[in-house]
Design a protein. Sequence first.
Length: 276
Amino acid sequence: MTGDTLPDWRDSLPWPAADTHKHARGRLGVVSGKATQTGAARLAARGGLRIGAGLVRILCPPDAAAVVAPTIEAIMLTPFGSDEALAEAAAEMDAVVIGPAAGVNEVTQANIRALAGTGAVLVVDADGLTAFEGWPADLFELLDRDDVLTPHEGEFKRLFPGLLDQGREAAAAEAARRADAVMVLKGPATVIAAPDGRLAINDNGTPWLATAGSGDVLAGMIGGLVAQRMDSFDAARAAVWMHAEAARGFGPGLIAEDLPERLPAVLAALFAQSSH
């Protein structure tokens, strides 16, 4: 691992106890796009499963079910035909990831509105952010302080025009305040900001993460930790660090599919140095 000391969120990691069962480890939902756009959700779901969520369920439009079903094993699947049906399917979830290849349209907007009423912690990524370009306040009014937004700089500019002129740290802090949610401003040095003023900069970034789908895995990892009731700011910091550590351990040739499979080694090293 990089650095001389482990990061300070390590004592908050949700290791299972001897009597822990899968539902106690958290239930994560991941919303899929249409039949031709299911890969991103599957990446996010696998990231959430590998990081320890006890139960992961992909929630997909009916046309995507036949595509997704043959590609998953431990991950569950529930089709939904409307935003009301999505809310019903997600009612028992502890956290839900929405946005990866969800579609930049009013359907995604409606789905986020429906999920906001479920009580699940939301991790909003990719298309879930861009769908509100021009109407950021409509998204922000749906969010709670434990929800997480995960934009790269392009997505950030669509929701917060001109804010990056202040610099990445100041921009992320102000964005978290405006959205009243945890902000993960992705980049070579990812900035994580909470609406209460907490701010962190990840220091182990690696260029091997510049590959399609890596952000989808990260969204699932954050969702997987939050589903296990880890504080959202700490969960975001931990997931960003482990995401980079997994990529660093793989090195050249990394593709997004490799990241979840590298997580066990990263987690084992953290567990060996934990107090459990």
